[in-house]
Design a protein around this ligand. Structure first.
Ligand code: FES
Length: 531
């Protein structure tokens, strides 16, 4: 079993030891949420099973879908290879925003006024649904409604904000020009104020949802890795331990789908995003969501009272880059800390830092619906676009309607099979970037010999015509796997921050020993070529 070490230069949590270290799976750094919530574990899957609906993945999209399907009276099970919330749901900053970060003026260009309006409506409905579930199920997760502020970054004027104000109003948003941004240090910045946004503690919410789901008769199986997913009547999922689950409907909600090799992966791109936190005196930063217009942009919120001695925790994210294409990921934290120092003088002691993965659809809208390969009974949810909490909740509502045969007004907008012709240039840019990654097959290795790899690190070695991913663990023992990603054959890269092998093509990630952390790969890295 992998016992992930603390990442390089990551401060220990000073006020509360992490309780989730042994169960987190998608990286080495520890998020504030992981440090302050238990991850729900389910049962072992010991026998074959037949249910009405099976959900693969216990992040917010999977658990919300399972919970809502159970409320329809279906027999429902969830398969999760870690614990509930051990993937990207535990690495978000949990902004509940209907003020979409792809900007309404951009979404209008791609999807028309009607599409932008539906997108806004669906995210507002998602926040409403979360609020209703929190109330009905009595979930203690710090949910609150607050304003969202979009402000111009230092190098930009207000022209983008002017266009966004008009487009957001056409999309039905409650938005106005702000007189003064309530952030000391940035008060002068031109800004817009969006009403009725929200925030919560994502893992406490997820934990409450899991509890309600199981109380109502839903079944959660953890430590169960889905290895083959096959549509049909019934659809079937086989696990790596040899069990089979049959279901009329199978929903694949694994951040990026592991059930389809091509269709979706050409239409979205994986990005790493980074988060730093600082202690601030209670009340020094008004409770709200904040985003600037930089590219990549910065996003800011507060977690009240969660810091040392009851201080508020300021959470700042950004510095995104394509997965597997950054040699110094820890350096991205320095960029964020510098931005905080320059712009937010009220920020105090440095606390935790972590990174996460975002799937960016080329046209800014998630993919939620029937599997586009046409396989019977298969559904998927992916393409969070950095708004995973609301997109995950939309997935729950929309997929429930599709599974039970109800009309849903958002189905066409989110259809995974759609082709958005107006996003052709974004599509071409991302796929040229992917094609360029195959050059790694012919480049030399990063090191000549494994002797050059220090403890706790990894590097790629050339061995004959092939490449080998070599990791030296903290005890000095070498672990070798093939460096060829089991999705579509790109060469993986060592991520020294999260201690993982990351694929630069479609974002698959593997632990230091080759086990899958993130799809679309479904199989572990193969054995290394013999020397
Ligand atoms: Fe597609 Fe690696 S994720 S080739």
């Amino acid at each position: 079993m992998w016992h992930p070490p603390q990442g390089p230069d990551i401060p220990e949590v000073p006020w509360e030891r992490t309780r989730a270290c042994m169960t987190r799976r998608s990286g080495s750094t520890v998020s504030l949420w992981h440090a302050t919530a238990e991850l729900a574990r389910g049962d072992d899957l010991r026998e074959d099973l037949t249910v009405d609906a099976l959900v693969v993945g216990a992040g917010i999209a999977g658990v919300t879908t399972a919970y809502l399907l159970r409320r329809e009276g279906l027999s429902v099970a969830i398969l999760e290879d870690g614990a509930a919330g051990s993937g990207e749901t535990g690495r978000t900053t949990a902004h509940l925003a209907s003020a979409l970060d792809d900007r309404f003026c951009h979404l209008e260009r791609l999807h028309g006024e009607g599409g932008a309006r539906l997108a806004a409506e669906s995210h507002r409905a998602a926040i409403d649904r979360i609020e209703a579930i929190v109330r009905e199920e009595g979930i203690d997760c710090d949910f609150e409604r607050l304003d969202g502020w979009l402000f111009a970054s230092r190098d930009q004027g207000s022209e983008l904000l002017d266009r966004e104000l008009e487009a957001a109003r056409r999309a039905g948003m409650s938005v106005e020009r702000g007189e003064r941004l309530p952030l000391r240090g940035l008060g002068h910045a031109p800004c817009l104020r969006f009403a009725d946004q929200g925030q919560f503690h994502p893992l406490r919410y997820l934990g409450g949802l899991v509890e309600s789901f199981r109380r109502s008769g839903g079944r959660l199986f953890t430590g169960a890795h889905a290895e083959e997913i096959e549509g049909g009547s019934p659809a079937r999922v086989r696990t790596s331990s040899g069990r089979e689950v049959r279901a009329r409907s199978v929903v694949v909600a694994t951040n990026t789908p592991v059930s389809t090799r091509f269709a979706i992966h050409t239409k979205q791109a994986p990005y790493r995003t980074y988060v730093v936190t600082r202690a601030v005196a209670p009340g020094a930063v008004p409770r709200a969501l904040y985003w600037d217009t930089a590219d990549p942009y910065h996003y800011v919120r507060l977690q009240p009272g969660a810091g040392p001695g009851g201080a508020d925790v300021l959470i700042v994210g950004g510095e995104d880059h394509k997965t597997g294409q950054e040699e110094d990921p820890a350096g991205r934290f320095d960029g964020l800390e510098a931005w905080v120092d320059e712009n937010l003088p009220q920020a105090g002691e440095r606390l935790m830092r972590w990174s996460g993965q975002v799937m960016e659809p080329v046209d800014g809208i998630a993919f939620i619906g029937r599997d586009p390969t046409g396989d019977d009974g298969l559904y998927l949810a992916t393409g969070d676009s950095g708004q995973g909490m609301t997109h995950g909740t939309i997935a729950g509502m929309l997929l429930t309607d599709l599974v039970v045969g109800r009309e849903n007004p958002w189905a066409t907008l989110y259809d995974p099979g759609r082709i958005t012709l107006r996003a052709a240039s974004e599509f071409a840019r991302e796929n040229l970037n992917v094609a360029a990654q195959y050059r790694d097959w012919v480049t030399p290795g990063e090191v000549e010999s494994a002797d050059e790899i220090p403890r706790g690190k990894g590097a790629i070695l050339r061995r004959g015509a092939g490449k080998v991913a070599v990791h030296r663990d903290e005890a000095g023992v070498l672990h070798e796997r093939s460096a060829v990603c089991t999705h579509l054959g790109c060469i993986v890269a060592w991520n020294d921050l999260e201690r993982s092998w990351d694929c630069p093509c479609h974002g698959s990630r593997f632990d230091p020993y080759g086990k899958v952390l993130n799809g679309p790969a479904i199989r572990e890295l193969g054995p290394a070529e013999p020397s």
